[in-house]
Design a protein around this ligand. Sequence first.
Ligand code: GLP
Length: 255
Amino acid sequence: MKIRVFSSPQSAGLYASSLLEEAILTLEQPVLGLATGSTVIACYAALRGLVWCGLDLSKTVTINLDEYIGLPPLHPQSYHYFMEDTLFRDLPSRPKEMYIPNGMAANLDVECDRYDSIIHKYPIDVQLLGIGVNGHIGFNEPSHSLFSRTHVVHLTPETISVNARFFDRVEDVPKRALTMGVQSILQARKIILMAFGKGKADAVAKAVQGEVRTDLPASMLQFHRDVTWILDTESASALPRNVWGGHSILSEMTP
Ligand code: GLP
């Protein structure tokens, strides 16, 4: 595992976007697993900049991690809307195929099977992840067991209250979501996990160094051999300094 600590979300986002760019430039048909949430916005902003500078997305396939159940694609808090709004809107080149689970599907079991067949058809080269304050990845919530494949998840009260900041009222936050399973995430060739802020420090330290536990889903990433943790100094603050060197990138390079 690699841990890279940055002094600002902007510089961390630039670094994350450069890892995605490398995959886009070097692979014949790059398949990117994409995430939502405030953390990845810095990466998407930088990636948009690269596309405006000529990076071609037209051979790329994108597969998103998750979606709320019951929010139509045009709802401003749906992850369909988030992806258009923060990454794809008005770009000079768009991915050739883009997939996000359909949270409005009449039959959710059929939708889960459909999504798994997409992941099977397009094995993910690089999976971008955020992390919940409770250690969730995608919407794989802490539990006594974890699902390997795409499934319906009942969001924990903690996740509902954390995500309520994006909705008018906490009652408006959907209680269920569709999420890619942990096995699908771990099958990606490379994983990039981004986390910023003090609120994530505990989950990050436990996931990087603690026991592998189903009640801290991000700890499963210890089983993967190519994970890059992209942190800021606050989200890295509960990790012993010898784990990441104790020097944030860029703050050390800036006079
Ligand atoms: C949501 C998403 C996760 C994301 C998490 C962190 O719950 N389903 O994929 O990692 O939020 O969000 P944020 O980056 O806003 O802290």
